[in-house]
Design a protein around this ligand. Structure first.
Ligand SMILES: C[S@@+](CC[C@H](N)C(=O)[O-])C[C@H]1O[C@@H](n2cnc3c(N)ncnc32)[C@H](O)[C@@H]1O
Length: 184
């Protein structure tokens, strides 16, 4: 897909980053366009893109300015989107949630790997059958395995891998690992 093709999905009013090309392709093609929980949403580069595609989005962050922007633009463009101030580590995954999105929020450093692994395991336990978890993490050979192992080692639940691939970012040279799974 060429950059120009993405522009029809993009709100040009403000200068926030657009999602990675691999993110766009997956979510444009994914159906049904259900309820997304964007944990650690930042300034809503993903939430607003998904809202424009017709997803229903709840955006969670501990920082308020991004949430204010998301709520303002969501209202202006008549999207089903709701920015909410909360700590994602405590935020429950209720039955209505179809997709949990974690984009660039897991650092998986020595200091926080236990907390973050338990966090993803809780989401994996709580999300309903057929629910999707979409993880985007900066390319780093050790971290990819850590992320995958959370699902492979969780042997009470089976996961269908919808995407295990890489994408570049638009604005810098960073590469992101995309790992998207559905609970069977
Ligand atoms: C690198 S930014 C990524 C933002 C967004 N997901 C994106 O890809 O554009 C990480 C975000 O996680 C948020 N965050 C960090 N700890 C959090 C927590 N405990 N609860 C909710 N949000 C948190 C930060 O405020 C920040 O907005």
């Amino acid at each position: 897909m060429k950059n120009a093709d993405y522009d029809k999905y993009y709100i040009n009013e403000i200068d926030y980053k657009r999602p990675y090309p691999g993110f766009c392709i997956f979510f444009i093609n994914y159906a049904p366009k259900g309820k997304v929980l964007d944990l650690g949403c930042g300034f809503g580069k993903d939430s607003l893109f998904l809202g424009k595609l017709g997803y229903s989005v709840r955006s969670i962050d501990i920082s308020k300015p991004g949430l204010d922007l998301i709520n303002r633009l969501g209202k202006k463009y008549d999207m089903d989107i709701d920015g909410y101030l909360a700590d994602m580590f405590d935020y429950p995954i209720i039955e209505e949630v179809d997709i949990v999105l974690l984009d660039d929020v897991l650092e998986l450093t020595h200091k926080n790997i236990v907390k973050e692994t338990l966090f993803v395991k809780r989401i994996a336990d709580e999300i309903k059958v057929n629910g999707v978890i979409a993880l985007f993490t900066k390319e780093n050979s050790g971290k990819e395995k850590t992320v995958k192992d959370i699902f492979i080692s969780n042997d009470n639940i089976n996961w269908e891998i919808l995407l295990d691939s890489y994408t570049s970012d638009y604005e810098d040279d960073k590469t992101y690992h995309m790992f998207i799974v559905r609970k069977k």
